[in-house]
Design a binder for this molecule. Structure first.
Ligand SMILES: [Cu+2]
Length: 364
């Protein structure tokens, strides 16, 4: 029955439209919702080419529709041939010049934007320089002027130019925060640069944009832009004299002990607390002030007691393929209690006040 077929077609169209409308244009990783000059310039260029293409499309399709209707075969005189204009010099010149003009209209702003946004800059004292290193599958952020090393959450001040030095410790990665700037490759032993300005405070979502094997899809990060004073307050929490404070709470104390006993210190640093076996720069996420982090394991989950416990019990469940081992046997009778204590300790980092005891140096 043709009627039902039409109904089905209409329903399919409606569903398609609904699905499309589900793709929000202003999600947390949308290039259509830029903040700051770089992302804005890139969007402007995109919109310019988009409208230009739309005009070309409308003109071309209108001419096509006109020709189809006007010169269609007519019943009254089926063999009639429309008047021919082969060899029309005016038309040929026109059809050559118009595309050239269109190419110029696209090329000039494109080249200009590339020079404006991709140009290498020499950082001045006004700028904030951050060294970013990509690892399989997390990010190290170092602030050379502030002596801070952290992971997966890049704090920056608003309205100030941030100059990133991009590097990779292993394979190719790509640094991408769609709302702040376009992608930039991170290549081992090649010093790439990216700069941007966040003009609004916010929590910007980032993502590795270069297939880097295993847990690539889980290699996310956050850029947390706050006014300069808040940024300074965050940075000052890293002024740790000798060792990070440990809260007096017995569970936190237990977690602190276990952190060394379970061997976490062979890989992870907490300021003033690292195993002697660890040499050179840490190749694993620095956990100093971890309690101030909002996310966990390269921004794949919220940082809270429940998720941290799940992570510690078996990191492979939450983030398949990553390089952190499980440190508790499945049948360990103390696992629940110990994991809860370590999670509580990690969440307390950076939140203790100065009246609490400083942790002794070194692991066990
Ligand atoms: Cu990657």
């Amino acid at each position: 029955m043709p009627m039902t077929r039409w109904f089905r077609r209409a329903a399919m169209l409606l569903l398609g439209a609904l699905a499309l409308s589900g793709c929000s244009f202003v999600g947390p990783q949308s290039v259509l919702d830029p903040t700051g000059p770089i992302a804005q310039a890139q969007l402007d260029l995109f919109m310019w080419s988009f409208w230009l293409s739309l005009i070309v499309l409308i003109v071309t399709f209108s001419v096509m529709a006109l020709v189809l209707v006007r010169y269609r075969r007519r019943r009254a005189n089926p063999d009639a041939i429309p008047s021919q204009f082969h060899g029309s010099t005016a038309l040929e010149i026109g059809l050559t010049i118009v595309p050239v003009i269109i190419v110029i209209l696209v090329a000039v702003p494109t080249v200009r934007t590339i020079f404006e946004t991709e140009q290498r800059v020499t950082p001045t004292e006004e700028d904030l320089v951050v060294k970013v290193t990509g690892y399989q599958w997390w990010w190290k952020f170092e602030y050379p002027e502030l002596g801070i090393t952290t992971a997966n959450e890049l704090h920056i001040p608003t309205d100030r130019r941030v100059v990133l030095q991009l590097d990779s410790a292993d394979v190719l990665h790509s640094f991408w925060v769609p709302r702040l700037a376009g992608k930039r490759d991170m290549i081992p032993n090649q010093d790439n640069q990216l700069w941007f300005v966040a003009t609004e405070p916010g929590n910007y979502y980032g993502q590795c944009a270069e297939l880097c094997l295993g847990a690539h899809a889980y290699m996310k990060f956050r850029v947390i832009a706050t006014p300069q004073e808040e940024f300074d307050a965050w940075a000052s929490t890293f002024d740790i004299e000798g060792a990070q404070l440990v809260q007096a709470d017995p569970q936190v104390q237990q977690g602190y002990q276990l952190f060394a006993q379970k061997g976490c210190t062979t890989c992870h640093t907490i300021d003033g607390y690292r195993a002697d076996t660890m040499v050179g720069t840490p190749e694993f996420p620095d956990l100093t002030n971890f309690g101030l982090r909002t996310t966990l394991a390269a921004a794949i989950a919220d940082n809270n007691q429940e998720n941290l416990e799940a992570w510690l019990r078996d990191p492979q469940v939450m983030k398949p393929g990553n390089y952190m081992p499980t440190l508790w046997q499945a049948d360990d009778p103390n696992a629940d209690e110990e994991i809860a204590a370590v999670a509580a300790y990690l969440l307390s980092l950076g939140t203790a006040d100065d009246t609490e005891a400083r942790a002794p140096m070194g692991g066990n």
